[in-house]
Design a protein around this ligand. Structure first.
Ligand SMILES: NC(=O)c1ccc[n+]([C@@H]2O[C@H](COP(=O)([O-])OP(=O)(O)OC[C@H]3O[C@@H](n4cnc5c(N)ncnc54)[C@H](OP(=O)(O)O)[C@@H]3O)[C@@H](O)[C@H]2O)c1
Length: 316
């Protein structure tokens, strides 16, 4: 099969298209013919071994100490079931599905194995490109907004880094749960964020996020430039700060009303998100849909830090 392969940690140019053997599903895995996948911030971080400060050794232990254990990146896929493992229930060859891999990766390829527990049936009303776009940022935003911050009607939510994969979903989901949303982004993305429902948009070039004087019930930092002391100062008395990205020292200090850590990949969340996309509540913002051959360019866009929503790779 054709796959985007990299043999060492490094620059986007190290990701090349190669013919490699197709993977074989384990007992609890499903082999999926990939129709669409996403190049995410996680892919770019793992590719470049560019992990938040303090996490380098932990991450390299997971992904390969000196060189990548899994040469094919990609944690999200939408496609069609090609084969199922001996202990898989609920999926059959030909089913149209989408899901994530956890630490396994491997979706930047024509065929990928995904754990059955992280896979759901894709609704017809949601395209492969939309499904591949929504799962990474959507499940992160849903976890932190619904489950951790428990956003309620009438609350105020600040989304810093509102125009990326997590941010575009966070803005919409916070609105969906009834909040008044302030989105922080560059001026170029202000119109998009208003269209997604943001009540207020702050251009960080004119007003750095740390200079805002309002208080918020929830502060979500997708950029990592707020810091815990400043974030706490921006909170109402019962407010919650969410560190979507943070270094190890911040993670160790995240307690009480400061929350962070990795978001779980749950099939239940995928079903909720796909339902919201299908009924038009949630718009999947896909900056571009590229061919697998363009994947190094996709990594360059993610590395630029200016990706808008999601970058999709279409394979069929
Ligand atoms: N905790 C978890 O489980 C988890 C899950 C997913 C992601 N993450 C992490 O969360 C972070 C965000 O992920 P993502 O997928 O949303 O990234 P992304 O899609 O690559 O985000 C790019 C966006 O960041 C915005 N941005 C850059 N500098 C900014 C600044 N100074 N102020 C405000 N916005 C700024 C850019 O908007 P402009 O062009 O408008 O500046 C761009 O749209 C990444 O570090 C990722 O590794 C953590």
């Amino acid at each position: 099969m054709k796959a985007a392969v990299r043999r060492s940690y490094g620059e986007p140019s190290g990701v090349r298209i190669e013919e490699v053997p197709a993977p074989t599903p384990g007992a609890k895995q499903v082999l999926v013919r990939v129709h669409a996948t996403a190049v995410t911030a996680a892919d770019a971080r793992i590719r470049g071994a560019n992990f938040p400060r303090g996490y380098g050794l932990i991450a390299r232990t997971l992904f390969g100490l000196r060189r990548p254990r899994q040469p094919i990146l990609g944690g999200v896929a939408s496609g069609v079931v090609e084969a199922v493992g001996s202990r898989v229930e609920g999926f059959a060859v030909g089913d149209v599905v989408c899901g994530t891999t956890g630490l396994g990766l491997g979706c930047h390829a024509e065929l990928a194995v995904l754990p059955a527990k992280k896979l759901v049936h894709k609704p017809d009303a949601v395209s492969h490109e939309q499904a591949a776009g929504v799962l990474f940022g959507g499940s992160t935003a849903l976890h932190f907004i619904r489950d951790v911050a428990q956003v309620r009607p009438g609350q105020t939510v600040l989304v810093n880094g509102a125009s990326g994969a997590v941010g575009t979903n966070a803005v919409q989901l916070a609105k969906h749960f009834g909040a008044e949303v302030t989105a922080v982004a560059s001026a170029a993305n202000a119109t998009l964020l208003k269209e997604l429902g943001a009540d207020h948009v702050v251009d960080y070039a004119l007003t750095p996020v740390t200079t805002l004087t309002e208080k918020f019930d929830v502060v979500i930092d997708n950029v990592g430039n707020v810091g815990i002391p400043t974030g706490k100062r921006m909170l109402t008395p019962d407010g919650v700060m969410i560190l979507i990205v943070g270094d190890l020292s911040e993670a160790l200090r995240a307690r009480g009303n400061v929350k962070g850590g990795p978001s779980p990949e749950r099939a239940e969340s995928f079903t909720t998100l796909l339902g919201l996309v299908a009924d038009g509540t949630l718009t999947v913002v896909n900056q571009d849909v590229l061919d697998l051959e363009d994947i190094a360019h996709a990594h360059e866009i993610v590395d630029s830090g200016r990706k808008v929503g999601n970058l999709i790779i279409k394979l069929t």
